[in-house]
Design a protein around this ligand. Sequence first.
Ligand code: ADP
Ligand code: MG
Length: 727
Amino acid sequence: MSTARQKAIQAIATTEYDLNQIDFRTDHLKDLFGVLVFSEEVQKARLPKPVFKALQKTIKQGAQLTDPAVADAVASAMKDWAIEHGATHFTHLFQPMTGLTAEKHDSFLSPTGTGTAVAEFSGKELIKGEPDASSFPSGGIRATFEARGYTGWDPTSPAYIRESPNGATLVIPTVFVSWTGEALDKKTPLLRSMEALSHQALRILRLFGNQDAVKVFTTVGPEQEYFLIDKNFMYARPDLLNCGRTLFGAKPPKGQELEDQYFGTIPERVLACMAECEAEMFKLGIPVKTRHNEVAPSQYEIAPIYEDSNLATDHNQLCMDIMRRTADKYGLVCLLHEKPFAGINGSGKHNNWSMATDTGENLLNPGETPHENMQFLVFCVAVIRAVAKYPELLRVSVASAGNDHRLGANEAPPAIISIFLGEQLQDIMNQLEKGKPEKTLPGGTMELGVTVLPKLPRDAGDRNRTSPFAFTGNKFEFRAVGSSFSIAGPNTVLNTIVAESLDFIASQLEADASKGKPLNKAIQDLLPAIYKESKKILFHGDNYSDDWHKEAERRGLPNMKNTVDAIPVIIRKDTVELFSKYRVYTERELHSRYNIFAEKYAREVTIEANMMVHIAKTMILPAAVRYQGQVASAVNATKSAGVDAGAQLEHLRELTTTISKFQAVTTELDHAANHKHSGEPYTDAKTVRDTVLPKMVELRTLGDKLETMVADDLWPLPTYREMLFMK
Ligand code: ADP
Ligand code: MG
């Protein structure tokens, strides 16, 4: 008899994979890129000129599409193009509050009534869909009497073809709203926040005499971390299969201590899988650029070139989907959970963020002499002010049961939000505080001590990997986002709080201008005060240290340790005022999200708790009891042979005590997880955090202890040392 674990290992050891799936000698990168996208180039080739122009004006400058004829023409061209690519169906893809994407497919087929059929797709069908989809979380917005949900075409994110075995589908990115026009999704508020920021940023640009820019985009490049492990292990681990993370698992003898995996050679099967993922991403016009091994064993990272935040969000969702599906083909499973393995680094998503005009100017680019670059200083101080004023909103934007295992642990940024500016920018801010900045610290070159090597230009400041919000040259990097997150939420918050700051600054500067004060003088009067008020958010030291926690408390910076602590911020009066003012979320939408997050938290933790009970009762206990029986027989046999069984007896005692405790805590967890819910989502979330989570921790400790005691041949669950190292 062999355990599921032994079977998994056997399968891994004997399976051969055909790793050569694509040949970049024949499929050149540049030819692959965007072939499945209804891109600008395709639009230009296929749309009547006025239609093309109108559509581009919407995409690039945010103009509204008003003429129904435009939608009809676009729909018709899209359909022909899609059918040539083998599509039989179209779908409105939306991003409900589950954080995943959702779709319902409709075929192009339309019977003529005379026994034949034609392929049809109208502007109406392109613009609006009614998927019903009433089971998605709405947090109370969709009562049964107003239950209709609609999808609406987002022309700013291009449609594309999704190929699958036996067919292809035309995918149209959409928003998802209720009959009352309230957002039921993550895309709608993101688009609203981008418009809010654009509007305020343009006011500043106009003060600087920029009359050309029509729109300011926020730009995002998300670096995505993930784990890849053999699929056979997942089949033998119900926790990985159903919860995406291991709920038991003793620390392996070798973990990540040696850091020998970081940036190491990528294993062959993994590299093959990555290459196919990238080929798929290229075809969909996703500009993925870098890949490498991460710190933890079996952990990797992929990063694209940045795009506008709407497209970057859609593309990141697609990337996660492609990674999951492609991994499967290589006998791997892609784990996107924030903390699949306790005691091993978790996964995050570094959200690189900036602002750029439609004419291509990066507003956070300091240039060679930032101290003279007043426009840069204004935008930069606006971001600092925003983060200083609304750290709790950023914190709550990355709150989830999964990310709670990461934030504040000794690996990821802490739950305390702070900013790292780097030496050069900090120096300029110090000068600014005292008046007018006069100089910029030089970067220079690095002396390598080897004559044959070319001189390397030195960056003007080093990095701080522990900072949750760091300036990295020409962008800010928000590092607290969880790996499984949709980046829509965090970016919606970031865009809105910066819009508020820009609004504040623009209002002052405009008032000064109307009184005839020169712009430079007005800026010099305004920025130092803002900086002084905001600088408590700056921290250049080690964010993981205990000292920082004390220091942050002294400074009055919020430290919301978990999701339950964080979510009440969503419905606080100042939050409601902020988001209503910039028309990003209505009060009702915020309440709905507050309920959804609370409910999601309680559900996720409860599912994990039930899974633990299940594994405890049906897998760990049976193995432990079997082993207990074996030890007991051995002790008896030894005794009856007249030999002293002292050490074995002691082992049996400890084993028995541990099993008894394990059994008792299993029952307690079972009770805690299955208490009657109040029906009020936040109350339930709190109860779950306070009564269920601690029992889970207790049970895990005991289970992991058993793993180190029970005979290896009886242990049913694949272990950390196997899952993380067998490839
Ligand atoms: P780093 O070494 O700072 O991590 P990279 O240049 O490799 O820098 O960038 C990391 C990520 O930041 C990439 O996804 C990149 O596209 C993104 N990024 C670079 N510039 C910007 C920008 N202006 N706005 C948003 N993201 C950016
Ligand atoms: Mg980075």
